[in-house]
Each structure stands twice: as C-alpha cells, then as structure tokens.
Design a binder for this molecule. Structure first.
Ligand code: PLP
Length: 395
C-alpha cells in the first residue's frame, strides 16, 4: 500500500469512528476496517484490499458471501412481494417450513427473525407445554440477548447489569451427574447447545447429551437443542445432533439459515407441534417472503451431501494445520467450528491477523481464537489461512 493510500484509509476509518461514536450506542467493540463488498470466502475493504474470511459474520455466511443462487432468489422475490404479515398465506414460508421439518424433527416450524427470538419461542413453548416449570441450562451456554434468552445465558457479566431477569432458569455444570440431578418433576425443558459457540467452541460430551435425553424422558420435559451456531452444516452434518445419536424434541436455528439475511426458526418434533396455538406467539416480519426465499436456497445448498462431507474433510485439514502453529496449546471443535487455545493474547492475534495478514478470525476470550470458515472453503484457502495465522501468531 502506498503511504498516500494508507493515509486515506486511516482518515476514512477515523471519520467513521468519530461519527459512529456520536450517533450509535456504543455496545460493540469494532475493529478498524470498513468492508464494502464480498464474494465466496473473500471480503474487500473500501481501498480494494482483499481479506480471507474465516469468521463468516459469526457463522452466518456459511455457503460463502453473496451465493449466486441466494442473490438470484432474493432479487426475484424482492421485486415481487416483500411483506404482507402473517395475516395471510405466502408460499416461500410454507415451503421453507416443509423443508426444515422434513430435514430434521418432522413436526412444525415457528418462524422469527433471529437466534434470540428462536430461543424465546422455545422457552414459551416449553413453559406452555408444562404450564410453567423450570428451564435447565448448561454453564457456558449462549442463547441470545433478549430477556428470556439472557436468563438462559448464565454469564454474570452479561446478566448482572440487567437484573431482575426472568425467573425459573437454572444453570448446571456440563456433567451428566449435575444435569441428572437438576432435572425433576418441575422441569419444563433442558435447553443446550450441543456445541457451545460463544463461550469458545466447547463440544458437550455424548454422555451429557444422552443423560439429558434420559432425564427429559423420565420427567416428561422437553429437550431443546440450540443449533443457531452449530447447525446448518457447520459441523459436517446439517444438524449437529445427527452426529451424537440424540434427537431433541425441538431445535432452534438462525444465523446461517438465511444465507446472509436475518431469519430464525423453532422446529419441533410432532410431540410438541400442537403446543403453541392461535394467538400464543407472533412476530410482524417473521417468515417474510424475501428472507424465506433466501433461506430456501441456503438450506438446499447446505443439505448437499457432497458439501457436508467436504466440511468434515476440510475441518480435519484445518485442525491439523492449527495444531502445528506456534503459541497454540490445543485445538478443539468439530467440522468447521474450531477454536485454538493460545499461550498469548488472542485479541492481539486477531488484530494482527486482520490488519497485517488480511485474515478475519475472532477471539471468544483472552486466549481463545475461534475459526468459522465458509463450508465452501478450498484446501488452498485453508493452507493460506494457516500461513497467515502463523505469521500473526509470531507477531
Ligand atoms: C448467536 C447465537 C444466538 C443469538 O442469535 P441472535 O441472532 O444474535 O439473536 C443464540 N444461540 C446461539 C447458540 C448463538 O450462537
């Protein structure tokens, strides 16, 4: 980059920063880059610099940025019908519900616009099914920022400023014994992420998931999996639960479901399909034709067995590359949902990776680096990313 271009970038970012500071509530810590365009695994900043995206907008653009089939479907729908509300029938929502239910738990679907809203729908459904009752969650979980979802996200720093929270939530240690002990006749549901994303990619053990299934069966409670981050092909199967041999009674999805557009869903098994009735729950934008048209394409593309098999293969290649990097003490995860534990500061590595290596990754904690590359990532891109990360780790 010429000194002149570097100066322009800095001036532009400084101007954006200043205006953002003045007008936008300061609830995010942003990195000093402005992205203006993307395609597949790549992002471009306003100077035309190309970045390799191994974060996917936090597991949203799983099939790559601006997938041509998603773009075409959105273009077609957006010029025809954008919104009518849920007072009327629209076909994209019906088709998407059908495909989602067929591809997972075979019951019914409630649409919403985000992961947090999917959590809310799940909590309301579980409470209504049992006429109240406790929601048991697992420590380290993240289910969203709205009040119900936040109450299910047992993290002092996220909860404390916003007390009082919704009553009737209990977080347990991620062990089969603790879970079994917490579930009883008053339990409405056990809500958990099969692989905890925001806390740093912690794969819950098969024993824990089987114990949760058994405890819910014994006490007639609902087992709900939050697959907002680990679903939609991220771990090498369409849904993460497919790999553990435990089927939940309901699951939530969002993030990658819309291929880049905002949409979420609660999917039930037949046993819970009749719980929410007319008037029980709703959302003005939910199941809108444009988001559903995008999601229909994203789901069809993601369901491709070749793509899913490739996720597992690519995941092994990336894991292998990461394990050999300097300052990496361990690597964990499944498929293309991976995290590295570092012996140095992860936020600093993220900063250097972005600004010096043009590689987008993120830190979920002081020493934890998270990688969520697109499912379409090539071997060459994996090797390139590992090389860039190595240079960022070496400082
Ligand atoms: C991101 C996330 C959510 C919240 O989704 P939003 O769309 O940000 O509301 C809920 N659960 C999990 C597992 C997530 O990763």
């Amino acid at each position: 980059m010429s000194p002149r271009a570097a100066h322009d970038t800095t001036a532009r970012i400084q101007d954006l920063e200043a205006r953002e500071y003045e007008h936008v509530i300061q609830s995010y810590a942003r990195l000093p880059v402005e992205f203006v365009r993307a395609k597949g695994s790549s992002l471009w900043d306003e100077q035309g610099n190309k970045y390799l995206d191994f974060l996917c907008g936090i597991s949203v653009t799983n099939i790559g940025h601006c997938h041509p089939r998603v773009v075409a479907a959105v273009r077609k729908q957006v010029g025809r019908l954008m919104h009518v509300s849920n007072l009327f029938y629209t076909e994209p929502a019906v088709l998407l519900a059908q495909r989602l239910a067929e591809s997972s738990l075979k019951g019914r679907v409630f649409f919403c616009n985000s992961g947090a809203e999917a959590t809310e729908a799940a909590i309301k459904l579980a409470r209504k099914a049992r006429m109240g009752g406790e929601i048991v969650t697992v420590r380290g979980a993240f289910h969203g920022r709205s009040y119900g979802a936040l109450s299910a996200t047992h993290e002092e720093s996220k909860q404390a400023p916003f007390a009082p929270l919704v009553p009737g939530f209990r977080a347990v240690d991620p062990t089969p014994g603790a879970l079994k002990q917490a579930v009883g006749p008053k339990t409405a549901a056990v809500l958990l992420e099969p692989i905890q994303g925001e806390s740093g990619v912690h794969v819950l053990s098969n024993e824990l998931l089987h114990a949760a299934r058994a405890a819910c069966d014994e006490h007639n409670a609902a087992l709900i999996f939050d697959e907002v981050q680990c679903g939609m092909g991220r771990t090498g199967t369409l849904w993460a639960y497919e790999q553990v041999g435990v089927e939940p009674d309901a699951l939530t999805t969002a993030k990658a479901l819309g291929g880049g557009l905002p949409i979420g869903a609660l999917v039930t098994a037949p046993i819970l399909a009749d719980v929410l009735e007319t008037g029980d729950h709703g959302s003005t934008f939910a199941g809108g034709p444009v988001a559903c048209a995008a999601a229909l394409e994203a789901l069809e593309i993601t369901r491709d067995p070749h793509l899913l098999a490739r996720v597992t293969e690519a995941g092994h290649r990336l894991l292998d590359g990461l394990e050999h990097l300097p300052h990496v003490t361990s690597v964990r995860g499944r498929g293309l949902m991976l995290a590295c534990e570092l012996e140095i500061s992860a936020p600093e590595v993220v900063h250097r990776a972005l600004l010096e290596q043009r590689l987008v990754v993120n830190a979920t904690g002081p020493t934890t680096l998270r990688l969520l590359p697109p499912l379409i990532v090539t071997d060459a891109e994996i090797d390139e990313a590992v090389g860039r990360l190595e240079r960022a780790l070496e400082g």
